[in-house]
Design a binder for this molecule. Structure first.
Ligand code: A3P
Length: 293
């Protein structure tokens, strides 16, 4: 975590044209080539700051309340194979020893994912979010984590976000790749904004997709336990907060939880630039997002 002079590490490196933070080490990225995927894994694939932890809470509850998972409630419901933050061993080694069903989350762009993901066909939930709220959330996340790259100005951050030089790569290719896969049997493509609008319905969709059957009361209970307010009360994602050196009260994982918060963060010029970029990203795909509640 430290440099030799005692300051935090914040370095990044480039692999196959994409920038990665030091806590996604090259050895872990390379290990993805032979990472063993299990048929009964549930993969949560997201671009950063799209509600991964929120989805993890819902999926864990569905698996737990339906009896598929029998362990105690962990602090972090999903774990990232490409990162290294759970002690001396890289996450992928920790995951390899986890009992099934495992909940695996990743922000990796498709070309970095384990090839087995496309052969074994586990259930994959893709959660997408409008890129304006992602940008604000991502900027905040990097700002409050002293072990992540930081930016002098919001504009500096936005330039990298729009050009795809940001750590973990660009939003357009991430989201449009999974949008094209949305009709695959093992893929459920969801949007943060829809989840926000009707959590109860989203919980039921996920439950059906995972092939579980839960009573109306249990579905309602899950929705009630996964509202923003309830999640804010719990110390969700404690491991990753510890590792990223983030004060849990500043958690970038349960921060504002709003649709349209970006309105307070963009200048007119910045908004026009992101609009133009967004139009190009989704052009001809049929994909669209709600930018306001
Ligand atoms: P904001 O920073 O806009 O508040 P991730 O887990 O992928 O890093 O995503 C984090 C984002 O999801 C944060 O967005 C966080 O507040 C939001 N989030 C987490 N739990 C939520 C919930 N129950 N309802 C709505 N948003 C939630």
């Amino acid at each position: 975590t430290y440099n030799e002079d005692g300051t935090w590490r914040t370095d990044t490196y480039t692999y196959k044209g994409v920038s990665f933070p030091w806590y996604a080490p090259l050895s872990s990225l390379k290990a993805m080539d032979s990472f063993e995927v299990r048929k009964d894994d549930v993969w949560i694939c997201t671009y950063a700051k799209s509600g991964t932890g929120w989805m993890g809470e819902v999926v864990w509850r569905i698996l737990s309340y339906s009896g598929a998972i029998n362990t105690e409630e962990p602090l972090d419901k999903c774990i990232y194979p490409d990162f290294h933050y759970r002690g001396p061993r890289p996450n992928y080694e920790v995951i390899a020893e986890m009992p099934s069903p495992r909940i695996v989350a990743t922000h990796l762009l498709p070309s970095f994912l384990p090839p087995q993901l496309f052969d074994v066909h586990p259930k994959i939930i893709y959660l997408a979010r409008n890129p304006k709220d992602i940008a604000v959330s991502y900027h905040h996340h990097l700002t409050v984590s002293p072990v992540s790259p930081s930016y002098n100005t919001y504009q500096d951050f936005l330039d990298e976000f729009l050009s795809g030089q940001i750590i973990l790569g660009d939003w357009p290719s991430h989201v449009t790749y999974w949008w094209k896969k949305k009709d695959d049997d093992n893929v459920l493509f969801l949007k943060y904004e829809d989840m926000k609008k009707d959590l109860r319905r989203t919980v039921e969709m996920i439950c059906n997709f995972l092939g579980k059957s839960l009573s109306t009361e249990t579905l309602e209970r899950i929705a009630a336990e996964c509202t923003f307010k309830e999640m804010k009360k719990r110390k969700v994602r404690g491991h990753i907060c510890d590792f990223l050196k983030i004060d849990p009260s500043m958690s970038p994982f349960v921060r504002k939880g709003r649709v349209g918060g970006w309105k307070e963060h963009f200048t007119v010029a910045q908004n026009e630039a992101i609009d133009k970029w967004y139009e190009q990203a989704v052009e001809g795909t049929g994909l669209s997002f709600d930018f306001l509640p």
